[in-house]
Design a protein around this ligand. Sequence first.
Ligand code: F6R
Length: 611
Amino acid sequence: MCGIVGYIGEKKAKPILINGLLRLEYRGYDSAGISTIEKSGIKTIKNKGRVAELENSDEINKLNGTIGIGHTRWATHGKPSTTNSHPHMDNSNTFSVVHNGIIENYAGLKEFLKSRKYTFLSDTDTEVIPNLIHFNYQNSEEKGKKRLLEAVTNTSKMLKGSFAIEILCSDFPDNMVVVRKDSPLVIGKGVNENYISSDIPAILSFTKDFYLLNDNEFAFISRDQIEFYDEDMNIIKKEARNITWDAGAAEKGGYPDFMFKEINEQPKSVRETIGARITQNSKSSIPDLKLDKEYLKTINKIFIVACGTAMYAGMAGKTILESLCEIPVEVEAASEFRYRNPIVNEKTLCIFITQSGETADTIAALKLAKSKNAKTLAISNVIGASISREADYTIYTHAGPEIAVASTKAYTSQIVLLAIIAINFAEKLEINQEKVNELKSDILLLPSQLEEVLKNTERIKSFAQRIYKEKDVFFIGRGIDYTVALEGSLKLKEISYIHSEAYPSGELKHGPIALIENDVTIISILTNRLLVEKSISNIQEVVTRGAKTFIITNQELNHNFDEVITIPKTNPLISPILSVVPLQILAYYISKEKGLDVDKPRNLAKSVTVE
Ligand code: F6R
């Protein structure tokens, strides 16, 4: 969950590394550091705190090297501190290492190294890596480049867990070695220079041509050459891929924060997700999804597996898929699915939703489903992400880079894509054609309807100013509106640190209503005409107990509530795409009123590549 960056070229590495780290801070932000190769050897500067503090430190300006590595940390082993921050050096100061991921067997390796007189400064799992490389380097009989490569490959074979590692060696002042397993790493190709990062957006302003490393692949990098090796040191060939994301997409572009930018980008991101996949008068087209009628007729269950916001998108997707395809759908958190024995076989289609494509639990769940002979379909936002290398099929949301830790535009794009998949399956199965045609026209209206919803921003901001000091907030809804309540509640807690709960409206009276007292805030989503009267009765029950009410609806309501945000009418199956937006804006402004860092909430990081 940390971010890593590297540069090797003719320019000064320091500003490029700092620039990359600033863009990577959403992956972790409790400490940061860089190492460069100077005339006098490897020089490392690191500190506890944000990248800005590293950038402002006096010493950092003394770094002139043109090769360097950098890291911004989200602590797993060892508290945030300067000593625990990366890069870590070996005892002889020959190797400097930055690492993303977790070394599960680090305790045993540490004991092994201690028995050979190695000493350790930090509490991290990472510090074993440079020392182990040193140990293997000392014991290698190879010479030159092969000696370094052998030391690194032997080290990676001793590591259990997940890792993306960049290594500098003072004996090779013109090179860098990188390796990955179960943690992302890309190499951006320039002219007489190369860039390395855990995430494409961090180096997108420098290059658009990327090499993607697979598990247990290594690269030996010079300014003008990149050699790739497998774990047995055989050379492998790789083609660079051109990434079409616009470099500006990874910038704030005049918005105060990435989250606000990403909320406001939703008309565009949803349009991009729809792309040419559906048009009104022809059949849907998802070229990468080669599941035909014969296969679809054999499946008796669809599992949707994901984490957090992506799972809530999956819950909305369940309603759409069941309604259009008439196949039962189960939704489960990947962290649960992977540790039980789910009933999955060749008749189950398993869909894995992940914005980053790197979430450890989701990838592990996918591997489990595959081992049980299910077909696997990944929905991801990041081209070439780890999950795409495991899944039978991957389709992309094309929402553009999502930088803010709190997911917004990825969620709406995930639901749109699930709706398009449901349409595609129903068309292949030749069922529910009327519903399919209606849904298609309603999907095509979404981008302009999202623009309408965004016009409520100032009113939502005023409501946020009224309630930002609350301690508890409740979200309620029925049917698909309940899935939006869950997502609204998650958004609020993660960026405003207000405790909140989401309940199906009808469940209040079975217990939670005991918590309702004077002035408590209840946020209710009401988009289904058939359920509106029932839900209003539930809201009246809390109003009579003194609750403040914030309603998001596309129905005409003849009742007095504290605030009613009216959104355009749409097909109930896709209403979450519109009704979630006011909740995103509300959470955003509450966080701003509290003076919090909206893009980088405490204790969280953008992609959860550890268990
Ligand atoms: C919440 C949020 C998280 C992610 C979850 C899965 O705003 O961002 O709940 O949705 O960690 O991440 P991905 O989609 O990258 O697998």
